[in-house]
Structure formats: C-alpha cells, structure tokens
Write a protein of this length. Structure first.
Length: 147
C-alpha cells in the first residue's frame, strides 16, 4: 500500500530498475493505492482513494494513473484541457464536468494529434453541469457518455 501525501502537484513514480511491460505507476497528490511488484514489473492493483480535483486554470492532465473525475471551474475564462497521452493511458476512464455557470467553454483536447471520437477536441462543455465521460484504448479517447 502506497500513499502520496505530497501537495502542490508533486507525483510519486513507482518503478523498478529493470522496468518490464508494466514498469511504472504514477500516484498524484493524495492518492492511496495498492501496488504489486515482481522485481521487474510494477502494477497498480487497486486505487483506493483519489481526491476529486477542481481545476480553475488551463491544465494538462498528465498525472492521471487510473480512473479520474475532474471538476472544472471556468469562471476565469475559456480554456483548453489537454488530456493525458493515450499511449500511456490504456483502459483509463475519465469524467470531466463543468461546475460553474459562466458558460465559458472548456475544451478537452487530445495530446499531440491524438483524437477524442475522431476529432482532436471536444466542445460540449459549454454550460454548467455539462459532462463528458471518456475511455482510452491506448491510441485514442472514446466518448462513452455525455449530456
């Protein structure tokens, strides 16, 4: 069992010297997880707790190491939310929800030229309580739910 008690955006990287197929697990601030290692591989067995972040400025979600829900406050203006690299996020489920009434557009965007349902951006988060749920297949992000 590992807990990252750091604050301020510091991640914990669990890796072996001889990284195998599953050689790295990242834990964000406040994450509590059960991990397994056989000396070559480090595998995330169970993410027991992950705080739900509220983002208020332009952000890149490169710290996700497992399913995540992100609440977005866009009162300061429209901005772009860059998704994690799909090649490092196979099987990850991500929910993004707009929580403010400003109407400022929050635009999830695929890293590099990676796609979200065949397009590089998603523009459906333009009103309070709008959300999108995505899953990654290792090459792209696919929308599986929205309102």
């Amino acid at each position: 069992m590992v807990r990252n008690s750091a604050t301020g955006g510091f991640r914990v990287k669990l890796v072996t010297a001889a990284a195998g197929t599953n050689g790295v697990v990242w834990l964000g601030n406040g994450d509590v997880a059960t991990v397994y290692s056989d000396g070559t591989n480090v595998v995330l067995v169970n993410l027991r707790y992950r705080p739900v972040p509220t983002l208020t400025t332009t952000a890149t979600l490169l710290t996700i190491s497992g399913d995540q829900t992100v609440l977005v406050n866009g009162t300061s203006g429209a901005w772009t939310l860059t998704l994690p690299d799909a090649t490092k996020s196979n099987g990850v489920k991500l929910t993004i929800k707009a929580i403010d009434a400003s109407g400022n557009l929050v635009t999830p965007t695929g890293a590099s030229s990676q796609n979200i349902d065949g397009a590089n951006t998603y523009t459906g988060l333009s009103a309070q309580y709008k959300f999108v749920q995505m899953v990654c297949n290792g090459t792209a992000w696919w929308i599986v739910g929205s309102n």
